[in-house]
Design a protein around this ligand. Sequence first.
Ligand SMILES: C[S@@+](CC[C@H](N)C(=O)[O-])C[C@H]1O[C@@H](n2cnc3c(N)ncnc32)[C@H](O)[C@@H]1O
Length: 265
Amino acid sequence: MKSEVLNLVCDPTTRDLLEIRSGSDARGRLQEYFVNPKTGQRFTIRNGIPIFLREGDVTGTNHRYQQMYDRYTPFYDFSTWLYSYWKGMSVEARLREYLDELVVQGGDRVLEVSVGTGRNLQFLPRNAQFFGLDISWRMLKQCQRNAAKWKLDATLFMGTAEQLPFRDEVFDSVFHFGGINFFNDQGSAIREMIRVAKSGTKFVIGDENEALAQKYEKLPVTAGFYGNRKQPIMAAVDLLPPEMQEVQVKHIAGGDLYCLSFRKP
Ligand SMILES: C[S@@+](CC[C@H](N)C(=O)[O-])C[C@H]1O[C@@H](n2cnc3c(N)ncnc32)[C@H](O)[C@@H]1O
């Protein structure tokens, strides 16, 4: 684990600072792990990915979508291509509809919450430092493979958007796309993204609109993702703290998706 990462992370529950230690695992191999020196809570690092989830942390719809995305991982990148083709756009042009709202400069620390297979990262300036968090282990493993293929330096974390394992005000750019409609707690996830971002950060948060969800819930392949919605989907403008600036909602992909952007004062 890069030593710089230690200066970014914290215990996602208590926000205590962590230490990095190493010890033998069950098979006698030397493994690094993070530990909270106040509570003794350990966070293992598997295949270079720190796991900030403990037994019982993933509940409700988060648990449901974690399992669904674990199963769906092998098809995710193909479905991105397929959807773009259906829309008559290249993948890059389609993703740029929201990525171009971000402000990313050389050397910036960019955090994607719910990074998935990392498809967005390939279209951001290469001289930034990428950090990605996701709840699905298989999506993260695919992201690791994609980042290697695209020769991108991305540091990945397993955790939930509602309890980010990062210190206050450490990222220059923070975004989320594609999962928030079904998070357990959208308000907590938004507050967490704002907490870990530096003052002046521009945010992008987006997902499907209600009209697309209604189409998808009728298709056998996607019904599992979109069925049983408790209320109609809309951009979570009402959940933003009132001090956020430049709040804007635009509809992209021919109205299928919303893109909420704003700036932290
Ligand atoms: C549609 S994918 C989007 C992935 C990526 N952002 C993109 O644009 O391709 C949704 C992602 O959200 C993740 N996810 C769902 N609930 C989450 C939660 N509560 N915390 C963190 N990630 C979550 C899923 O595992 C999945 O990788």
